[in-house]
Write a protein that binds this ligand. Sequence first.
Ligand SMILES: [Cu+2]
Length: 598
Amino acid sequence: MPGCSLTRLLFTLFGLLDLTLANPIKANANPFLLARQTITPGGQPCGQHGPENRRCWRNLWNIATDPDVSIPPAYNNRYYDLHITNATNWPGPDGVRKHAMLINNQFPGPTIEAEWGDYIVVNVYNDLQDNGTSIHWHGIRQFGESNQDGTNGVTECPIPPGHMKTYSFHVTQYGTSWYHSHFSNQYGNGVLGALIVKGPASANYDIDLGPYIISDYYHETADRLHLQAELARNGPPPDSDNILFRGKNINPDGSGRGSYDRLTLTPGKKHLLRLINASVDNSFTVSLVGHNFTVIATDMVPVQPTIRKSLFMAVGQRYDVIVTADQPVDNYWLNVTLEANNNCGRSRNPYPAGIIHYEGASPTALPTNRGTPIVATCTGETGFTPVVPRNIPPNFFRPSDIASNTLPIGLNIVNHTTKGQIFSWHVKDTPISVEWGHPVLEYILEGNYSFPAAINLIQLNQKDTWTLFLVHSSLSLPHPIHLHGHDFLVLGLGTGTFDPQKHLPLLNYSNPVRRDVEQLPGPGWAAIAFKTDNPGVWLMHCHIGWHVAMGLGVQFLERASEMRVLMKLDQVVPNCNAWREYERVGNWLPRGDTDSGL
Ligand SMILES: [Cu+2]
């Protein structure tokens, strides 16, 4: 058993003898039955992970270990129960009672914590009165485990009310992420939480302060807001009523309701802060008065330590940063600033902020220094260097690759019989709309490859091949583009139109920024690439909740022929049967014809 150090020692000794073990993609084994793997060291013995030795992990792995080649064995299963409920009169953090959906009666939901190589086993109970749910583990690669990705209509059916589904997945990478419902805009009602996987770090720190979720916040339900957002006559989507820091903030209406979040630093120490933008719509710039951030990870990709005064965070993005408490003992504002032209959304809170409190400073006083105003943009950060490099051969992509691999994003205004004119987003002319009652994995299980056009599916059949996609938008709005199942390489970002002759030679193939969400400039393009090394079906979508619900998504069916052997696809069936039964008779949210289901 995992707790037994003698067993672990024996595994270690035997493991050292077996240096040849490759990393074949493995079947989705039941962790209860899984034989513990033989240990393949990821590096020379380096000692114990600690404040002065963060690069090292469990002696035999380190920050330079390539997780595609070696990961620590599954020492532990981490068990969690998530009960999703609807609260009709929730007090809320800023004094406004509202309808909400909570996980274990809290917002944000409980933090899921594991260590690199562990299995995470989560029982998700749909205790809602109405509506399905499905929980997506954002940024978790689900290597060989596409059926655990929790994307309803893609990898599973929604979980109907009164039912439970167990997700179990292996964490082959480490860092900071979050989980959230993928059932239309449901996470905007509160169904989200942090997910952190402990592992090595590219710089030393003394104290891990854990996840720091920053999220836009609405007093109206996401379901009703979506109905407002889709009406063309309403123009841009609704402003957020507030921005919360770890689920807290004061109400910006001047009533003083609510409270600032206060996070304590120990003077003189270095602190790891795991920043997460878990918003529905707002992307923003984060800065801490009087302090810099030393960035050590972009999403779940460790990078060489890089000092920044501020960080732009698109919806869904994360940064692991180190904050050194080297300033006078006091309270400091951690400010969030939105771009002035509202291209990254808008909030009714003009100065969202949380408090960073030095131990020994007044526990109640507010910071006095508002800091130098930040000129926030709506543009993704660049210039990070991943510790474990990924390189694509120079000039690998040719001009002839561009046309077929371009994913144009567009917006239509369409006439709806009862609603009038509504917005409809599309990728390659198709607004994605998934089938909750018939997810793609069930198609594969049935051997049925006749996919409806509306699910906007692209097949990728070549094995282990670098694949380029040029995401392009001619509209002025930027979009945070998120891919499931992979970290993509950001080969280039640009404004305006992509010109193959001019821009192709400028793409960076040499260990560029790698992550799972990137901000597509508007109007502009993003050239991203990933290797087809993870058979499964993977959604790629804008992480603005309104946009993906209005169709801004596409899905990749990667190496479908291998999936039936690799994972237990029939696992989807019992829950799908239960969902289809519920869908016939249940009182679920009526899907409008522009709601993608995602
Ligand atoms: Cu978008």
